[in-house]
Design a protein around this ligand. Structure first.
Ligand code: OXD
Ligand code: MN
Length: 624
């Protein structure tokens, strides 16, 4: 018997050994055996996706205190450690083999050194714990888009969350060709006390792209641990680069237009900037809210949702603004809440949920009461700003039928949006594909949010809303977007949106619901159903069209004054943005395609000309 089999046979019970061996793939067996040798679990559980195995995972998450049951028997709450409730960019590293350099914008570490750290941190990390082995598929099963993933973890919360969020893949693995490319994920929460990772100071996510493997260590926050989410995205971007497709941080939804027409849009917004809320806008249907793979099939861009669930920010979810999510979170459907408050009657509360703040409850700090402070005297909020809900998409009343279409859906339009207080208009269409890729995608900036550890509200370079996950040199990634549509007869329009424009008193200029109108306008533009005004930065809506859309979709009287303010071309801010972006690319990105500098300079020249003629703030009507 070979070494792999010896390890598996001695570590697994007969039943688990049989489940693993039913997958006839030697690389899978070796990955599991190597993980056992390294992490030394007390026991190993192989999940074959049966109802019984999946229920066992959920029950064990509760029995071990990783999740707390609530009054609704379908609901649980999970708490992460105080310092571990958002993605940690600083300790998320690409392991670069000698000779590779991903560029200054990406955090990297020498591969050999990184693997040594992985060995040290994971050695014996599952001592006294059970290892779970699960199989999934990113994208629809048995499709050109499918990517099989093996997840090993010692967290039943991670295994349970993935059950809600991803397509189960045990049977798919059983029929997989032996040489099919697989992504490999190994996670350990490390030493646990009161259900919390105590070695969070030694946490890390290490992306060994050479071996398609990601290691996640001493952390519990789902954004750092759920291998199929952002960890796999980083590997997928490299795979897409090799195979000439795109792996994006984008929602995928159908915007419903006149006469029951459905037009599919993808939208890239940084974490916490409106992806989920846009994809849930009333009257439309959702395919996915976070991750999309895009490929060209028969001369068209087609997209799939990589996932089948939502790991959504729960702050500000209210009955009025988010009725569909609200209903699901009250239904008899599985949901895992994280870092919220558990109330005395075993319900949950989160920040800005539309009710008076609570007085008492239980949260990640233990027993909580209004005014409770931490040891530095800082008030502890009753829930984290980045508290989340995890649900499957199947319960949503607005789920689009195409979720599992193995050919994906034809993409009619692409949207880029960030959290921008003073520069972009609420919605505009790029002049053409390259102009959109460069001035909207590659030039995107956004204020930081609670989804990432560190201060919020700081304007940061956030190209394609994907900077945190881009795993190839940035210039190459941009070039891939330019090349993606080469040879296509027709390409979808690209749009830039900004929901976060503010006045000088720091008040938002738009209501949350206004995005409905921007979506409907973009849908009409795809089909040339409305005209537009050409400005130096792109095509913007005509007042009359917006007025009608506001009236018919939101029953709102949209005034000319609101339009004039919102759709003013703010020349100084736009020029400053061009300076910032050009400098970043000149100074920190070695392989920036020349087209980026050319298009930004052209945009600058158009803005300077307009400024010479009309001044700093130019109203839309000036360009008519
Ligand atoms: C997410 C994120 O959780 O981007 O989707 O952080
Ligand atoms: Mn995301």
């Amino acid at each position: 018997m070979n070494k792999t089999m010896e390890i598996l046979e001695s570590a697994l019970t007969d039943a688990n050994f049989r489940k693993l061996l039913a997958i006839p793939n030697r690389r899978v067996h070796k990955f599991v055996a190597d993980a056992i040798q390294l992490c030394m679990p007390m026991k190993v559980f192989v999940c074959n996706d049966s109802k019984m195995d999946r229920e066992y995972i959920r029950r064990t998450a509760i029995a071990r205190g990783e999740e707390t049951p609530l009054a609704n028997p379908y609901h649980t709450v999970h708490f992460d450690g105080f310092h571990d409730q958002a993605r940690d960019k600083e300790t998320t590293l690409y392991l670069t083999p000698e000779g590779d350099n991903l560029g200054e914008q990406l955090t990297q570490m020498d591969r050999d050194k990184g693997l040594e750290i992985v060995q040290k941190r994971l050695s014996g990390s599952m001592d006294n714990k059970k290892m779970v082995v699960r199989f999934f598929c990113l994208g629809p099963l048995d499709s050109l888009f499918s990517v099989p993933v093996v997840q090993i973890t010692d967290s039943f919360y991670v295994a349970h969350s993935e059950d809600l969020l991803y397509r189960r893949g045990y049977d798919y693995f059983r029929r997989l060709p032996e040489d099919k490319e697989i992504f490999w994920m190994l996670h350990s929460s490390g030493k646990i006390m009161h259900s919390i990772s105590i070695d969070w100071k030694k946490r890390g996510v290490m992306i060994d792209y050479k071996d398609n493997t990601v290691y996640s260590m001493n952390t519990q926050y789902a954004g750092n641990t759920i291998g199929l989410k952002k960890l796999a995205l980083r590997l997928a971007i490299r795979k897409a680069d090799r195979e000439a497709w795109l792996a994006e941080h984008m929602f995928l939804m159908a915007v419903h237009g006149p006469s029951n027409r459905k037009t599919y849009f993808t939208g890239a917004f940084p974490s916490g900037c409106g992806k989920t809320s846009t994809s849930m806008v009333r009257g439309n249907t959702i395919v996915g809210d976070d991750l999309t793979y895009l490929r060209i099939l028969n001369g068209k861009i087609r997209g799939v949702n990589v996932e089948r669930g939502i790991f959504g920010i729960i702050r500000s979810v209210t009955q009025k603004d988010d009725p569909v999510i609200w209903d699901v979170l009250r239904s008899k459907r599985p949901a895992i809440f994280s870092n919220v408050l558990i109330t005395e009657d075993e319900g949950v509360r989160w920040l800005d949920d539309g009710s008076e703040p609570p007085e008492i409850g239980n949260n990640y700090s233990g027993e909580w009461f209004a005014g409770k402070v931490d040891r530095h005297g800082e008030e502890i909020p009753y829930a984290n700003k980045n508290a989340r809900y995890t649900i499957g998409l199947e319960g949503l009343a607005n789920l689009d039928r195409a979720l599992d279409d193995s050919r994906g859906v034809e993409v009619g339009g692409i949207i880029y949006g960030g959290r921008d207080r003073d520069t972009w208009v609420p919605v505009q269409q790029s002049l053409d594909w390259n102009h959109g890729v460069i001035t909207m995608g590659a030039s995107l900036e956004s204020e930081t949010t609670a989804a990432i550890i560190g201060p919020s509200g700081v304007r940061k370079f956030q190209p394609f809303s994907n900077l945190d996950f881009i795993s190839i040199p940035l210039g190459k990634y941009i070039q891939n977007h330019i090349d993606f549509v080469e040879g296509l007869e027709q390409v979808p329009p690209i749009f830039g949106v900004n929901y976060f424009l503010k006045d000088e008193n720091d008040n938002y200029l738009n209501d949350k619901l206004d995005k409905m109108v921007w979506l409907k306008w973009m849908e009409l533009r795809v089909h040339e159903g409305v005209g537009a005004i050409e400005t130096p930065t792109g095509y913007i809506p005509l007042y009359e069209d917006l007025k009608e859309l506001f009236q018919s979709h939101l029953d709102k009287d949209y005034s000319k004054m609101e339009y004039d303010i919102q759709f003013t071309t703010r020349v100084p801010e736009l020029l400053e943005k061009i300076d910032r972006i050009t400098n970043i690319y000149m100074e920190t990105v070695d392989d920036t395609p020349q087209v980026l500098f050319d298009l930004l300079e052209e945009q600058r020249a158009r803005l300077v000309d307009a400024q010479g003629e009309h001044g700093d703030c130019i109203m839309a009507s000036t360009f008519v």
